[in-house]
Write a protein that binds this ligand. Sequence first.
Ligand SMILES: Nc1ncnc2c1ncn2[C@@H]1O[C@H](COP(=O)(O)OP(=O)(O)OP(=O)(O)O)[C@@H](O)[C@H]1O
Ligand SMILES: [Zn+2]
Length: 570
Amino acid sequence: MARHLITSAIPYINGIKHLGNLVGSQLPADLFARYQRARGNEVLFLCATDEHGTPAELAAAKAGKPVAEYCTEMHEVQAQIAEGFRLSFDHFGRSSSPQNHKLTQHFAGVLADRGLIREVVETQMYSPTDGRFLPDRYIEGTCPNCGFEDARGDQCDNCTKQLDPVDLINPRSVISGATDLEMRETKHLYLRQSTMKDELEKWIDTREGWPVLTTSIAKKWLNDGDGLQDRGITRDLDWGIPVKRGEEDWPGMEGKVFYVWFDAPIEYIACAQEWVDAGKGSDWQRWWRTDKGAEDVTYTQFMGKDNVPFHTLSFPATILGSGEPWKLVDYIKSFNYLNYDGGQFSTSRGRGVFMDQALEILPADYWRWWLLSHAPESSDAEFTWENFQSSVNKDLADVLGNFASRVTKFCRSKFGEVVPEGGSYGPREEQLIADLTAKIREYEGFMAHAEVRKSATALRAAWVLGNEYLQEAAPWSTFKTDPETAAAQIRLALNVIRLYAVISAPFVPDASAQLLTALNTQDDSWPDDVPAALESLPAGHGFAVPKVTFRKITDAEREEWQARFAGKRD
Ligand SMILES: Nc1ncnc2c1ncn2[C@@H]1O[C@H](COP(=O)(O)OP(=O)(O)OP(=O)(O)O)[C@@H](O)[C@H]1O
Ligand SMILES: [Zn+2]
């Protein structure tokens, strides 16, 4: 039995995530976790909310709530929605947890002991009116690059240039609008990533078969311009993990917190501790410490492309730099972007379909299937309502749903709700069994490598095989002249439905469960031996015709949703 540690990039706390966020991280991670479990492997699948940083403070201020309270509420909201999408996390933690506070402070202390942190005195914007420094998004002004008037302190949304708050022309405080800002000196900690460049590059070069997207982004950051830069890991903010050197105070760093990108990936480890502390597991170290049993763990991370530099470089710099035997990632699965109807999904601009809204209009399986079968793997992908309608109707309703419905209804009308006996399989049946075997082996190959789109294509092809068989064998015609043979055909087809339920579960878990319930079976074992799996339901086994597994999306619905989601979310 293999052991798989799986993490999804942790969603930021400042609102409900859109479908792009879902398909770029949590959903493919869930697909992979479900598949590994189905193959009998031991899985620890972790995710959490990413709760620190200025956007959280600003969102809380906008909602008129203390930031801690806001985060607690939003965490609950995101946890509920994740459940709605059937994301099968073993634990959904919080980067603000006491476990993460302690571990982040621990890493900072160890890195400092090893000479990998330097203290830098720099000038930052200070607002006397607000009585505080204004890092990152606390400040807005005119972009020095393109002249856009609402550029943020960390980035211009118009030309995407990364900025420093001190670069802005006519800067103003986002809190009070004050413009009497001044430059003040402040001390910060920098992680000396530049000294680790060679070690990081060597490590990346030993990683086999990583997606080109992952390695190309890592190499760019390692080598472009002046190469890998040291990174500020602290901020002058109230909300966050207080800067400490292990358990000790850090002279000169009083009142400061760690930068969100330093503590967020450490939450992957802290989350395993939370999982144990919540009574769901007994030993987190055997997943995370190579000296405590994690040497046989395969660790896979899932994320969108903007998160790749932090996972290929900054977080490994933290882990390698600590000199402690923490588990390093084995495979980083990264995604391009999903766009929405001719533009970008955007949380801040409320553009696109958000996870809660999606579940209001259709069940999770419909979204899971479309998103995964259109995952932005080799390039950006686009959500359009036409494509969504056509793919749901064709793949789910016409192929998978239709097969299950035709077979069970025909059986009920001619043989009753029981697997019919008699007859025997001929060459066409043997052919179907052989074709399904080959297709499932292909599917397994793709799933094992988290090749999401190719897996979906292989799965759909397996569904098509059953429909083609049904079309050719035509048991409704056979029945008129040779009911015995028709009985054998239907017996096989009913078993094929069970087979589909099992192999489709990672994509469409609810439909899969619904089919198994209708088939009155608890046998959800993986078809390692396909011919044997197709004998799971014996003659005489009772079942019920499933209620409609997938319904079609009408043109009227499509138009209504298109109009409803054309504007901005309020
Ligand atoms: N349009 C998109 N398509 C695919 N993945 C995306 C998209 N936008 C963000 N992601 C990924 O979603 C995951 C969660 O993102 P996060 O909660 O940090 O939001 P974000 O990156 O700030 O996105 P946004 O600003 O659109 O809300 C990350 O791995 C990120 O890379
Ligand atoms: Zn700009």
